[in-house]
Design a protein around this ligand. Structure first.
Ligand code: GLA
Length: 733
């Protein structure tokens, strides 16, 4: 690790263990991006500078005699003075002009990493931070570009702060977190897309001229798009080629854009979505962007993935459960939907206990008079018809059966049919005089208002203090629309979306401070808000409402491209699956769920004895192996998305002394030879025994020749294998 400023050439070099990021000051004024890639050992890189492209049009000749604004690789491009690509900063002055000309002013290198006020971000002592100061002279704005590195990570963390040091109020219309201008090398672009029950599927296409945008205006990260882009060299694989990943630590409206310019220059930008955004900045005020995470790998996609996983485990997720075994839970949602009572839950708990399940989670429908999704959100008090003894009695009875107890909440919402809405109709997001757009029969509460957040915190805190509740599933089942707030005046309405996210973060911050041992799982109609911002508060997030293991292969492959396995909420469901009717063997459902946090979402009282016996075996296996998934290195061996037949991933435990191999065959195909699955991340000179057998393989052979996988019988079949390293003397003659 090391951040270096070379005074003579005015170049900044940011080094991680394997990568270098470089920028320089051109003509004493313009901060240019020079390089991002493999680590450079030669400090004499001035020849790279300035990166000057052929001008297509002549632009501003002032300020350094620059005639190539349209193609210059800017470190932080601003709108209005001749860069016609997507820019990172647009400022409107009192006069209504949108001109921003950023000039280099200075820099500071410090140990550590400052917090971003009000926003989740990576943290840790073993960091170094570079701040580069730019100034917009006419408006007297200071722009601080921040770059941090940790000594145990190849990631580079970026954020931007704009400070108004002038005399007049300005309006930020766009202020992104990061931009990378790089030469295109026939790159391909991968993004994550989907919908409800099909979140974060990987989609790859060539980088084409023009702009390609993924974004959200839903007020949450969304099921449809994801704040992540990956650019890879042609033909890059898990093990080979260049992979650049960029991710945003944010849970609201975002924009991620890849723009291929007319001279084959590629610009990647990421940040808060400028659509619907406007931030008035009075003299003396500052605006801080969310953090962007940049990862480059010269050794293929797999290594990029592992850098993200380790960064998030070591520097983002704060929960004490991060390194703890999570209780195997059973959730009653698909078992009962709204139709349950205390007796039913206790009956489920009793059966669950007998197979080794450790926690019962009571899902939606326990409060107000909620018997369907049309009422009672906001009325966070028990429905006495379902739970006559209240939460305390229920928790005691569940605890009495030997299980922990958790509950579902949807704090951000209010049903029109609720006491809360009748009392505080103005607390719902709305524009006076307009009918509020309904989503799942509910409105969204205005988290930009302190009194709303205070009410929610007090309600949640009193529930959690009232009984032994050790887990909360925090749901959020609709997007934001009809943006309007009684708490904001009209010039501030463009702040709404971002202020909503800040309100949400402050609420969850208070919650985790007040209940440090609470296991929090975020959720948004399945996986509609699965992002690094939420991981700062909860160590796990519900990945998708779709638990069909075959659909989950795609969802979990896309999710695990960026996020550690330990963050993926995953349960065993019934067959026929409730989202798509697919029938799959119980063991396949379990093997796929074991890649995540593991639990059940079915009525165990209706399972046969044989199935229950199987569940007991899965639970025992999970206890044996969960530390590998939680702490280990993830390798994607094969993808059913690509080959149509089988999916395979491997997780190597710390110290390479054991590993798990999961193989899921989605389609039986007659073929003569076995598969040879080439494994990764093993000690070449070690011997590994397949658990439960006497079969021994060398790490070298497994990685080069592969593990022989016989075709399994039928479709949707799977195996989960565990290998253990033999003591060193075992291999010797
Ligand atoms: C969302 C969640 C589900 C369940 C329901 C309850 O859809 O993703 O798991 O909790 O809400 O209404």
């Amino acid at each position: 690790m090391g951040i270096v400023y070379q005074e003579k050439s005015e170049i900044f070099q940011i080094h991680t263990t394997n990568t270098t990021y470089m920028m320089g000051v051109y003509a004493g004024v313009h901060l240019q991006h020079l390089y991002y890639g493999r680590k450079l050992t030669d400090p004499n890189c001035a020849y790279l500078f300035p990166r000057k492209e052929t001008p297509a049009v002549l632009h501003s000749m002032k300020r350094g005699g620059v005639d190539f604004f349209g193609t210059m690789p800017f470190e932080y491009p601003a709108f209005g003075t001749g860069d016609f690509r997507g820019t990172a900063l647009t400022v409107r002055s009192q006069g209504g002009h949108r001109i921003c000309s950023l000039a280099y002013e200075g820099y500071k290198i410090t140990d550590g990493k400052p917090r971003i006020p009000g926003l989740p971000a990576t943290f840790g002592d073993n960091a170094q931070t570079l701040e580069v100061f730019l100034r917009e002279e006419a408006l007297n704005l200071k722009v601080i570009l921040r770059y941090s590195v940790f000594d145990d990570s190849d990631a580079i963390l970026r954020s931007t702060t704009v400070v108004n040091e002038g005399q007049e109020k300005v309006y930020l219309e766009n202020v992104l977190s990061a931009c990378i201008d790089m030469p295109n090398e026939s790159y391909e672009l991968t993004t994550l897309h989907g919908t409800w029950a099909r979140e974060r599927n990987m989609v790859k296409r060539p980088v084409m001229p023009g702009k390609f945008t993924v974004d959200s205006v839903a007020g949450r990260t969304s099921h449809e798009n994801h704040p992540f882009m990956m650019v890879t060299s042609p033909g890059a694989t898990q093990k080979q080629g260049d992979a650049y990943g960029i991710n945003l630590v944010y849970s609201g409206n975002f924009l991620a854009q890849a723009e291929l310019g007319h001279l084959d220059n590629l610009r990647l930008t990421i940040g808060v979505n400028p659509e619907g955004f406007e931030w008035p900045l009075s003299p003396g005020e500052r605006f801080d962007t969310p953090e962007a995470v940049l990862v480059y790998s010269a050794e293929g996609i797999g290594s990029m993935t592992r850098t993200f996983h380790n960064l998030y485990r070591n520097h983002l997720i704060r929960s004490p459960y991060l390194h703890r075994e999570r209780p195997i839970l059973i959730n009653n949602w698909e078992a009962t939907y709204f139709d349950f009572n205390e007796e039913k839950l206790v009956a489920i708990a009793r059966e669950a206990k007998s197979v080794g399940i450790e926690m019962l989670v009571m899902d939606d429908g326990w409060f107000g008079h909620r018997n369907n999704d049309e009422s009672s959100l906001g009325d966070w008090f028990v429905n006495p018809e379902k739970l006559p003894g209240g939460l305390k009695q229920l928790a005691e009875r569940i605890n009495g059966e030997g299980l922990k107890f958790g509950i579902w909440l949807e704090p951000e919402m209010v049903s029109p049919d609720s006491e809360l809405y009748r009392k505080h109709p103005d607390w719902a997001i709305q524009v006076p005089g307009r009918e509020i757009t309904m989503g799942r029969h509910q409105y969204v509460l205005d988290l930009t208002r302190q009194e709303v957040c205070d009410y929610l915190f007090d309600s949640i805190a009193s529930i959690l203090h009232s009984a032994n509740i050790e887990y909360v599933k925090w749901d959020m089942n609709r997007s934001l629309t009809d943006i309007g707030s009684a708490g904001l005046d009209s010039v501030c309405m463009g702040q709404f979306y971002h202020r909503y996210v800040l309100g949400l973060y402050s609420l969850q911050e208070r919650l985790v401070q007040e209940f440090p041992d609470l296991l929090l799982e975020n959720c948004a109609g399945g996986g509609g808000r699965f992002d690094p911002g939420m991981l700062y508060y909860s160590p796990q997030i519900w990945t998708s409402d779709n638990m069909d293991p075959i659909q989950r292969l795609l969802i979990q492959e896309g999710t695990a491209l960026v996020y550690p396995l330990s963050t993926m909420g995953a349960h065993v469901c019934v067959a026929n699956n409730h989202c798509n009717g697919r029938v799959t063997p119980l063991h396949t459902r379990a093997h796929v769920a074991m890649a995540g946090t593991f639990g059940y979402e079915l009525d165990i009282t209706k399972m046969s004895q044989e199935e229950r016996t199987q569940c007991a075996q899965f639970n025992a296996k999970h206890h044996q192996y969960s530390h590998i998934n939680r702490e280990g290195d993830y390798y994607r061996i094969a993808s059913a998305r690509e080959n149509g037949v089988y999916d395979c991933w491997q997780v190597v435990g710390r110290g390479q002394t054991e590993f798990l191999l999961t193989y899921v065959q989605v389609r039986f195909e007659s073929r003569s030879k076995r598969l040879q699955l080439r494994l990764e991340g093993l000690q070449a000179d070690a011997l590994y025994r397949l658990s439960g057998t006497e079969q021994v393989y060398s790490g070298d052979a497994l990685m080069k020749a592969g593990y022989p996988m016989d075709m399994l019988w039928g479709d949707n079949n799977s195996v989960l294998l565990h290998f253990e390293k033999l003591p060193e003397e075992a291999g010797k003659e």
